[in-house]
Design a protein around this ligand. Structure first.
Ligand SMILES: Nc1ncnc2c1ncn2[C@@H]1O[C@H](COP(=O)(O)OP(=O)(O)OP(=O)(O)O)[C@@H](O)[C@H]1O
Length: 268
């Protein structure tokens, strides 16, 4: 079997006496879109930061592209970081830089690409996310919320990553902008053959994009599978999240149109 893109094994996280994760095991295969869900404080953001190498688990390992993150030195970690992109919740653009320079920044940091090649690559990335060369000259303060997300996505994709992390990708967007952003992510994911890991509270986003859903609760991964498989797991968080009024409606739409779901992989 192929090496998973991400392999979280025996992971524990404690802050003082608080145990956040207790022996988590989670694998993400190539081409999957995995959504991390869980109640407030269940440790989604912490797990995402551990996958990004920004935090170290108390025990256990996070292996990405076959390399153990905790054992990687800073040069190796940087090489790995160049193979993934991250879209932060609020876009997190540099306010003093133009759209163009924001997208160019990861390419310039490599210090190996000539400026004319960077220029072409930035314009291509902007086109891929539905922005024009005229938008390249704008400052972040002149962009709408939806455009900021698109620029941030273009920047996350600047180095043609194999893996994309998304933190609440549709937070702050109104429903129609959220739908078009989700459609954009879906089409780029297909075109670039991306593996995606996202944290989201938004059921529509989750059901539209994810191939598997990982549910964190009670310090454990209590379910990991398709929406249908996850909702079959009896747990108060799952009932409230998926089977509350909004959840029911979203699942009805899924039943009518089908979803991108894969067979169940048991939670451990
Ligand atoms: N650096 C830290 N020091 C101490 N406690 C922390 C630290 N980072 C996170 N925690 C605690 O770990 C727990 C998990 O936090 P985390 O932010 O990962 O949860 P979350 O699932 O992302 O929550 P939310 O949905 O509210 O963002 C919380 O109880 C939080 O207070």
């Amino acid at each position: 079997m192929a090496t998973p893109i991400i392999d979280v094994a025996g992971l524990w996280t404690t802050f003082g006496k608080t145990v956040v994760h207790e022996d988590l095991n989670l694998q993400v295969e190539q081409g999957e879109v995995v959504a991390l869900v869980g109640g407030s404080g269940s440790g989604k953001t912490t797990l995402l930061r551990q996958m990004l190498g920004l935090e170290t688990p108390t025990r256990g390992t996070v292996t990405i592209f076959g390399d153990n993150l905790q054992e990687a030195d800073s040069a190796r970690l940087q090489q790995m970081r160049n193979r993934w992109g991250m879209l932060f919740q609020h876009g997190a653009l540099f306010s003093a830089l133009t759209t163009f320079d924001n997208v160019a920044q990861p390419m310039r940091e490599l210090r190996t690409l000539p400026e004319d090649l960077i220029r072409d690559a930035v314009l291509l990335k902007l086109q891929m996310v539905g922005l024009t060369p005229a938008d390249a000259l704008k400052m972040p303060s002149d962009l709408s919320g939806g455009m900021v997300k698109r620029v941030a996505l273009a920047r996350a994709l600047a180095l043609e990553p194999e893996l994309l992390f998304l933190d609440e990708p549709t937070a702050g967007l109104d429903p129609s902008l959220a739908d078009s952003f989700v459609a954009l992510i879906a089409s780029l994911r297909e075109a670039m053959q991306l593996t995606v890991v996202m944290v989201t509270h938004d059921l529509d986003t989750l059901l539209a994009l994810s191939t598997r859903i990982a549910v964190l609760a009670d310090k454990h991964l209590i379910a990991y599978g398709s929406a249908q498989e996850v909702i079959a797991v009896p747990h108060p968080f799952i009932e409230q999240f998926f089977l509350g009024g909004r959840g029911r409606r979203a699942l009805q739409v899924l039943d009518q149109h089908g979803g991108p779901h894969e067979p169940l992989h048991e939670a451990t």
